[in-house]
Each structure stands twice: as C-alpha cells, then as structure tokens.
Design a protein around this ligand. Structure first.
Ligand SMILES: *[C@@H]1O[C@H](CO)[C@@H](O)[C@H](O)[C@H]1NC(C)=O
Ligand SMILES: *[C@@H]1O[C@H](CO)[C@@H](O)[C@H](O)[C@H]1NC(C)=O
Length: 155
C-alpha cells in the first residue's frame, strides 16, 4: 500500500516537474536540498541499528559522527565540497515487534535546489545495502514534499 502511494506520488511529481520545467515543483520554503523517508521494518530496532551502522561503515563515502541506540548520525560526501548530513532515528513500534525508522538527509551547502536525488540516494542506498528492505513487513514512505528528487534517481 505505502509502496503504491510512493510510486503514485513520485509519478505526479515527475509530471509536475516536466510541465513547469522544474522551476516550481520543489516546496517554496526549501532553502537547501533535503530528503526524509520513513520506513516500517518488522525486526527489532537493535537489529535495524546494527545493520545500518555496519552498512554505513562499509560504504567509503560516509563518515559516522555518532551512534546511540535511538539515533545514527553520519556525513556523506557526494563530491568536492558537497557534504550531506544523514540521520537515522529508530523508535520501536508498539503494536507489533518492529521498528519505525526515520531517515533524513540534508545538503550542508546550498548548491542546487534540485539535487538530482543525492539526498534520496543517501538514505535509500543504506537501507538497500543493509538488506533491511527484505525484512518482513518492510514498508517505505516518502513523497515529493518530504523528499526532493523522489522517484527521479537511479541510485
Ligand atoms: C559532518 O559535517 C559537519 C558539517 O559539515 C561537520 O561540522 C562535522 O565535523 C562533520 N562530522 C564528521 C564526523 O566528519
Ligand atoms: C542530524 O542530527 C543532528 C543532531 O541532532 C542535527 O544537527 C542535524 O541537523 C541532523 N541532520 C539531519 C539531516 O536531520
């Protein structure tokens, strides 16, 4: 269900972008490129946490800043002078054994309102590389208001 909503939202965003030449599609309040994604994953947060940390350590373009049981902070370098702040916060779900994860990625320097999906890929690549997307009950939610470049990028 959430995956279908994601697909539809991204498709609408892409259509808007094509129609306006990309000038008006991003939220008016945006001051730097950003992306927020929410995942529901049917495994305990402790497992989610260690899978994300292991994956970030394995990827050369990320630098871990701090790790607690509830939050993981890292920087991602996407090019010369282009650094994004990447956070994952984890909250246990109350009804079933699982974990609610919120990922945010924000460009440290404003260099382009349309970021070619860099912030989207910063988050997606970690979850994909960690294998968490194969976990039971995996759901992903974002849309064009939460995530610049949603649906454009081939990460
Ligand atoms: C992450 O980036 C911020 C802002 O560019 C910087 O202040 C901080 O020292 C960086 N942290 C690490 C661990 O590189
Ligand atoms: C990550 O968390 C730190 C500390 O709370 C905050 O300064 C930074 O802006 C956050 N970055 C993102 C992308 O949310």
């Amino acid at each position: 269900m959430a995956l279908r909503i994601l697909g539809v939202s991204c498709a609408i965003f892409m259509g808007t972008w094509v129609l306006t030449g990309g000038k008006d599609a991003a939220p008016a309040t945006t001051t730097s490129a950003f992306c927020k994604i929410i995942w529901l994953i049917g495994v305990p947060c402790t497992e989610v946490n260690s899978a994300i940390v292991t994956q970030i350590k394995a990827m050369g373009s990320y630098t871990l800043s701090s790790v607690t049981s509830a939050a993981i902070q890292a920087n991602h370098t996407s090019g010369v002078g282009q650094i994004e702040s990447v956070n994952f916060t984890m909250t246990p779900t109350s009804v079933i054994l699982g974990c609610h994860v919120q990922g945010t990625s924000v460009s440290a320097v404003w260099y382009s309102l349309f970021d070619n999906g860099i912030n989207f890929c910063n988050l997606r690549n970690v979850i994909k590389g960690s294998g968490l997307y194969k976990a039971p009950g995996f759901l992903e939610f974002t849309n064009e208001w939460l995530c610049l470049g949603c649906g454009f990028s081939a990460c």
